[in-house]
Design a protein around this ligand. Structure first.
Ligand SMILES: Cc1ncc(COP(=O)(O)O)c(C=O)c1O
Length: 360
């Protein structure tokens, strides 16, 4: 029986070589005789683990000493709050682009800590596009601009440039960091939960450029203060050591597989194959504007929604797991992160064609 293919949006598929390394190395970390979870985070081996992970991540992203990479607890959801706590000055506002469920949550959380202004929204089109740049109204009082560059639920991805925005740009890249080369210099702060493309839940990557003004609100807990976390190398308290170790193994797998440019070529081919199969069929449909179709999360509906349950159960019987769409949008969704191969996507397409043929 071949291994099932996991199309879950997150926690998501991990590369099999990473799982195998975890299995081999779990009980004895770096020749110490005990596991990575049993060491003090002050142990030199764990300090090195954090340093090496930061350095490898930055080298894969093509950024240098102008950025710090923090490894923080709380998921991307905590960043929705931690961000305004650290960046929102009195009298200023956060400017938010709303392109789906995750950017909706981000602005709502910001409103608990200060003024947040929506610069544009694609809600009226059920988040099937990104509002055109000419419609964005960024207020003069904004001290940062926030967007979610890949909306995991709606399958909408940002492919444009933000180079003309003069205030710091902040991005939630939770579901596509390291899936393709991004113009990282356009971003002053980037955050991403690890459990989709980067590893396992429990650690959130936060990249901060050194020219970003951080002015935490007085009530900000010391654990959530970015400056404090940078000064303490992500170790203000006991950090999520195990997920950082898994992250490092995933980064090494990306490096050894040809780096982000190799991921990008492969991911583009995977997305093109799957969207072409959907567009050519008369059973499946993807509602997203072609220019904004995500390479990582591909939602699709069946023309006959009564067939949804049969699709999901037959897919499972074929070893194709977690294809049910998010409960807020229905239908199906295939998340095809870095760990999903072109062969995996072809197997999904073959199944979809067979299901269409037999349900005609
Ligand atoms: C784009 C995006 N942002 C934020 C989150 C929230 O992440 P977490 O569950 O790590 O808080 C998710 C989770 O799916 C996501 O896809």
């Amino acid at each position: 029986m071949p291994r099932p293919i996991n199309f879950c949006s997150g926690p998501a598929a991990l590369p099999v070589p990473v799982l195998e390394r975890m299995q081999t190395e779990l009980a004895d970390f770096a020749g110490s005789g005990i596991s990575v979870m049993e060491h003090s985070h002050r142990d030199a081996r764990i300090v090195s683990l954090f340093e090496e992970t930061e350095s490898l991540l930055k080298s894969l992203l093509g950024i240098g000493s102008e950025y710090r990479a923090l490894f923080l607890p709380g998921g991307a959801t905590l960043q929705f709050a931690q961000l305004p706590m650290n960046l929102l000055r009195a009298g200023a506002c956060g400017a938010y682009l709303t392109t789906g469920a995750w950017s909706e949550k981000a602005i709502k959380e910001c409103q608990r800590y200060g003024d947040a202004v929506e610069v544009a929204s694609s809600k009226a089109s059920s988040y099937t596009e990104i509002p055109p740049r000419s419609d964005w109204r960024i207020p003069d009082s904004a001290c940062y601009f926030h967007l979610c560059t890949n909306e995991t639920i709606h399958g909408v991805e940002w492919f444009g440039s933000l180079a003309d925005i003069e205030i710091p740009v902040v991005a939630d890249m939770s579901s596509h960091l390291l899936s393709r080369q991004m113009p990282m210099q356009e971003f002053s702060l980037v955050y991403a939960g690890a459990q989709k493309n980067l590893g396992t839940a429990g650690v959130t990557i936060v990249l901060i450029r050194d020219d970003l003004a951080i002015e935490p609100q007085a009530s900000t807990p010391s654990l959530l203060n970015y400056t404090n976390q940078m000064a303490n190398d992500s170790m203000v308290n006991t950090p999520p050591v195990f997920p950082v170790w898994v992250l490092k193994l995933v980064l090494e797998w990306v490096r050894d597989s040809g780096g982000v440019s190799a991921m990008e070529s492969r991911n583009q081919r995977k997305a093109e194959m799957l969207y072409a199969a959907i567009d050519q069929s008369s059973l499946y449909q993807n509602p997203v504007a072609t220019s904004a179709r995500s390479w990582m999360n591909v939602p699709f509906v069946l023309h006959d929604a009564n067939r949804d349950a049969a699709f999901v159960s037959q897919a499972e019987a074929h070893g194709l797991l977690n294809l049910k769409g998010h409960r807020s949008v229905g239908g199906m969704r295939a998340s095809i992160y870095n760990a999903i191969s072109e062969d995996d996507v072809q197997i999904l397409i073959d199944f979809m064609r067979e299901f269409e043929r037999t349900s005609a």
